[in-house]
Write a protein of this length. Structure first.
Length: 135
């Protein structure tokens, strides 16, 4: 490329930049107040379907100590144990009682999804959960 072509291309680039900045940047948008993050001042509950002291309980407590700094609003997190029936009691609580507002997280038995797949009655209502991950 010759110098003349480069100067023309850079002039076109500058002209297109000015055409974008002038209407929107100088004359434009009003500043709006930012809303506070959804989780600010709220508490996230982690429901563990096993007794205290087990691997799932330790994992949930470690998660509750380290995760809030990565969530906008820096919410507090508490761990609540609901043992019984291989975490079916905790899962039914989450599905039927807890509000679907993003403030309740469950750690059930990892094989609980099988009851959903085979269609066992009495577990998790009709729809079941939308699973995020399983290990």
């Amino acid at each position: 490329m010759s110098l003349r072509v480069l100067v023309t291309l850079s002039a076109l680039g500058f002209a297109s930049l000015v055409s974008l900045v002038v209407p929107y940047g100088f004359f434009g948008n009003k500043a709006y107040a930012q809303t506070e993050p959804y989780y600010q001042g709220k508490t996230i509950r982690i429901i563990v379907g096993f007794t205290a002291g087990g691997l799932s309980d330790h994992w949930a407590r470690m998660f509750s100590r380290s995760m809030p700094k990565f969530i906008p609003g820096n919410p507090s997190m508490i761990v609540q144990n609901m043992p019984g029936a291989s975490s079916v009691i905790a899962s039914n609580y989450i599905y039927n009682v807890a509000k679907p507002d993003g403030l309740t997280v469950g750690i059930p038995n990892s094989s609980l999804y099988m009851t959903q797949l085979v269609g066992r009655r009495g577990y998790l209502g009709k729809g079941g959960f939308g699973w995020q991950s399983s290990s």
